[in-house]
Design a protein around this ligand. Sequence first.
Ligand code: SF4
Length: 414
Amino acid sequence: MIPARPVLRRLAQPLARPARCNGIRSFTTASTRPSAAAAAVQPQQQFDQPPFPIPGPVPVRQEPPIQAINTKNTLRDAVAATQPRNDWTRDEIAAIYGHPLMDLVHQASLVHRRFHNPAEVQLCTLMNIKPYFKTGGCTEDCSYCAQATRYQKGTGLQAKKVESVESVLEAARTAKANGSTRFCMGAAWRDMRGRKNSLRNIAEMIKGVRALGMEACVTLGMIDSEQAKELKAAGLTAYNHNVDTSREFYPSIISTRTYDERLQTLSHVRDAGINVCSGGILGLGETSTDRVGLLHTVSTLPKHPESFPVNALVPIKGTPLGDREPIDFTSMLRTIATARIIMPATIVRIAAGRKTMSEEKQALCFMAGANAIFTGEKMLTTECNGWDEDQVMFDRWGLEPMKSFDKSPPPTIS
Ligand code: SF4
């Protein structure tokens, strides 16, 4: 039983009563996003075709206060669990998320030590393979993304050079030599329809990465079941497709594809026997309720994602979220700790935005259960901490790179 239920409801369900959200009623529908010029026409058709209208501003939602509430029973049961469960309620997750922060981190670290070796952190390198295909920007309107064609006038981002399969594999070899055990390849597409040749080439990249003894991950937008099977046949380890935020806030961030379409891709990936990597972005203007909603979505999937990336928005000038204030660190830490507790066996990944975090903040995230980072020269279009810098940090804090497909058993706790 969860105590202080009225308080929890306020934390968990204000979206059911939009009038309580500081008068921002329209955030629950995609209709907030199209520009004034687009308002009179079918928004979906407009967004799918050039000249790609620029969406209207993304609202910042009012943050409900986090209250110190008696969450002992929910938290105690969650921390004592010996295996993952996927029947979490939003109230339960809100109770854990809202627990006093220092104790929340402590409890998460206990779970972490039971399911993982806390000294091990996986190093992953992410490469933008899109230039290989020379197809220009992406037709989607994700408000945070510099690769969306419609924002390129403001961002000025251009494809730099044409990559080859060999140059991708060369980058993978460099990543391996620097300690990375997972190599992720990202291409900015809405989906893989009509991209048979591209898929064949990506399969070659996957095979090459796997031949190096590395885990291979790709992020290619939406895929269907046949495409998922082809990727599986090539040896793909994991497919990344983030749900980004809560179901309710999502339409304020992206209008060109739905939350359910994202879940459908995750389902194809899972059914093909590929590990699911799916997480979110913090700092979009969401509330703690939305972060609880995000956690609820992924923790109630038929199987927990093998990997849960937690991104802090890196505002990119020229995108609709280019002037967002950074997410406060405590919200990041709460999200990581809660993810560790409710998805104990999942790899929790600190993704974009780590560059802005001090070493001490990163250490707190590792304490709270994060056990993977992106490292290397660049993360798609944003800056990334380098291998040398991360090695020094690992030495200082007694951490070591996780081996590929081989998590060491957690130490015995007496
Ligand atoms: S996040 Fe992906 S789908 Fe969205 S605009 Fe960027 S590249 Fe396209």
